[in-house]
Design a protein around this ligand. Sequence first.
Ligand SMILES: Nc1ncnc2c1ncn2[C@@H]1O[C@H](COP(=O)(O)OP(=O)(O)OP(=O)(O)O)[C@@H](O)[C@H]1O
Ligand SMILES: CC(C)(CO)[C@@H](O)C(=O)[O-]
Ligand code: BAL
Length: 281
Amino acid sequence: MQIVRTVAALREAVAALRADGGRVALVPTMGALHAGHLALVAEGGARGPHVVVSIFVNPTQFGPNEDFDAYPRREAADARLLEDAGVAILWAPAVEEMYPQGFATSITVAGITEGLDGAARPGHFDGVATVVNKLFAQVRPDVALFGEKDYQQLAVIRRMAADLDTGVEIVGVPTQRDDDGLALSSRNAYLQPEERQAARALPRALGEAAAAIAAGGDVAQALEVARGRLTDAGFAPIDYVLLCDAATLEPLSRADRPARLLAAARMGRTRLIDNLEVPAA
Ligand SMILES: Nc1ncnc2c1ncn2[C@@H]1O[C@H](COP(=O)(O)OP(=O)(O)OP(=O)(O)O)[C@@H](O)[C@H]1O
Ligand SMILES: CC(C)(CO)[C@@H](O)C(=O)[O-]
Ligand code: BAL
């Protein structure tokens, strides 16, 4: 596996891969890798076979009071995992390589970014759309893989990729979970042991609400019960627990079309998100 840090070196390395034939798959990450990321890499290998993974903790998607500085950075361990997983190129630019002096462009995706995490984290999706667009321009992959754990992000990137004619196929990969149901996330490392125990309430509350709604139960009531379960477990504040149209992410009061249940809440200093599919009742 080659580790590259400049756009010029990246272009040469990707050109060498392409000379071999076969498609190039891109897996964008912020590092501190876990089995969720490795599921994206495995899917990338199946659709590639060549896989490029980026590790870049992107400052423009963090708000001023968020955890950019604290975000876990462990490139050496990540590189070993990626090498073992058969990744061809690790693209790990410094902030100055990605955003050189004078950088002045931002991409805004309207509509789908306005609720949920877009409302809770103003400017977040501009940062995500801008950096993902840059990653697409730098790597020029055939296919790029994103986790359903960040469901709104996946929807935003699908919109951006279509609107900007990127020619990159966007593939969503199901959420990988710990044995007790908690979605794997680099930020789980922030949780104290007792918080980690209590965090199980998030997938449980969503699972219970999804089952109640799928069985024809009242949506508002199911969401209220889920919020209560989260509060009882120690989550505060709860940013949202909502049922949304699975494609547009418009909030729904009835599950009369393919829908997604989405939640974000804080456990101590750790903000967790999760979501589940809800089949039409
Ligand atoms: N549990 C998971 N299952 C599937 N995909 C995941 C999972 N966790 C993260 N991903 C995906 O990996 C990619 C990189 O995500 P990122 O590096 O931010 O990891 P993360 O664990 O989501 O970290 P964070 O704690 O910042 O949310 C994204 O497409 C994300 O959706
Ligand atoms: C897609 C991404 C790598 C862009 O910085 C990030 O938002 C993430 O890790 O999900
Ligand atoms: N996992 C999405 C990136 C972020 O939370 O900033």
